[in-house]
Write a protein of this length. Structure first.
Length: 384
């Protein structure tokens, strides 16, 4: 059981937690806990919400569970939090089983999608609530609340009520309340989904900076790929109750294992091609239009048909013929501010999406324009 659960247990027995005890707890919590999830199954009737899920999380790591609705990510978070009981498997924190430990004794910080703030309390009172429940003395509570509000850039709002604050500010208060005890584990269930895009992007950076400041292990649930790519040390992509791939953001994006991961994380051009030959991890392929190109591959196959991923930003184009390029016709062209979004139809072949940075020297193509498009071996990836 973690230090925080012992602390809460003492408070429930009527003990008062003094400043030295909290400072000691903070020192012990300088780095987060390790989490081990082994063969976890949770069913609802005939539906398996989590299906033999296993996951090892290092102390202080930021892990994102990413997937569509119904993929099992929130169920897995709830099992870890203790809101639901698993049917089989086990969950360990710092090597100790916690799947039979009551929720309030696990000592985790929790940030919900709905801010769940007390409307009749000020910001300071909301943040102080966990310390009060733990029996902390007034001086210690005031100091820790002030420190946490400073971290979350909320000091000037300390005496406001939640109704006087914007959605982004309220979410920061909810995060402050979750971390005021300096828990070793913080669980976040789609906390940014109710915010607009610009505010969401801003708080993504704040959460990432917060993680580096407090050192807690964070398990973050989202269906938003940009959140996962921005904040995570590793991303676990889930579908149908299983973890399909877990890896660092760049690996997930550049080298997805399956078509599902390739399509769910980022925009994708999926090209059907035939392997002509292999040399190490590089294969030579030919698409339906007869275009011969090379791609990276970790699969051992040296023949047969495969699906190749080319990200839209990896495709180059020119009005003039290029070496190893295919002629294509523009079917759509949109100006999106900092980027251009262009769709083309390759002669005798695939429809491709291209994204590129807007340059003053490169005008937006018009529908019907003829272009030449291509990519290098490092720009595409053979899916398994």
């Amino acid at each position: 059981m973690t230090d925080s659960s012992n602390w809460r247990g003492e408070s429930q027995a009527g003990a008062t937690v003094n400043a030295s005890q909290i400072d000691q707890f903070q020192r012990h919590s300088g780095i987060g806990s390790s989490i081990t999830i082994r063969d976890v199954v949770k069913t609802y009737g005939n539906f398996r919400a989590t299906d033999q899920v296993s996951l090892d999380i290092e102390p202080g790591e930021f892990i994102t569970l990413l997937g569509p609705s119904g993929s099992g990510k929130t169920t897995l978070l709830n099992l870890l939090a203790g809101f639901q009981r698993l049917d089989s498997g086990e969950i360990l924190v710092d090597g100790q089983r916690i799947d039979q430990v009551p929720t309030h004794k696990r000592g985790f910080g929790m940030v919900f999608q709905s801010y769940a703030l007390f409307p009749n309390m000020t910001v300071s009172q909301n943040v102080a609530f966990p310390l009060r429940m733990a029996g902390a003395d007034r001086a210690t509570t005031d100091r820790r609340v002030a420190e946490t509000l400073e971290i979350m850039r909320l000091s000037e709002h300390a005496q406001k009520s939640p109704s006087q604050m914007s959605g982004g500010q309220q979410q920061r208060v909810a995060i402050a309340r979750a971390i005021v005890m300096r828990p070793k584990v913080v669980l976040m269930d789609e906390p940014l989904s109710a915010l607009d895009r610009r505010l969401r992007e801003s708080i993504q950076i704040e959460i990432r900076d917060l993680h580096q400041t407090i050192g807690s292990t964070i398990l973050f649930v989202t269906h938003d790929q940009s959140e996962a790519l921005t904040m995570s040390d590793r991303i676990a992509v889930m579908d149908a109750g299983k973890i399909i791939q877990i890896a660092r953001p760049a690996e997930i994006y550049r080298h997805p294992k399956t078509q599902f991961v390739a399509s769910f994380v980022g925009e994708s051009n999926l090209i059907d091609a035939e392997i002509l030959q292999r040399s190490g991890n590089t294969v030579t392929l030919k698409n339906r239009a007869g275009y011969v190109f090379q791609a990276e591959s970790r699969d051992a196959a040296s023949a047969g048909r495969v699906t190749v991923l080319v990200r839209p930003e990896r495709i180059t184009f020119s009005n003039d013929p290029m070496a190893n390029a295919m002629p294509a016709t523009v079917t759509s062209a949109l100006f999106l501010g900092e980027t251009l979004r262009i769709e083309v139809q390759v002669d005798g072949g695939d429809r491709l999406l291209i994204r590129c940075t807007d340059l003053a020297s490169r005008p937006l193509p018009a529908v019907g324009d003829r272009l030449h498009v291509g990519w290098g071996a490092d720009d595409c990836w053979v899916l398994t």
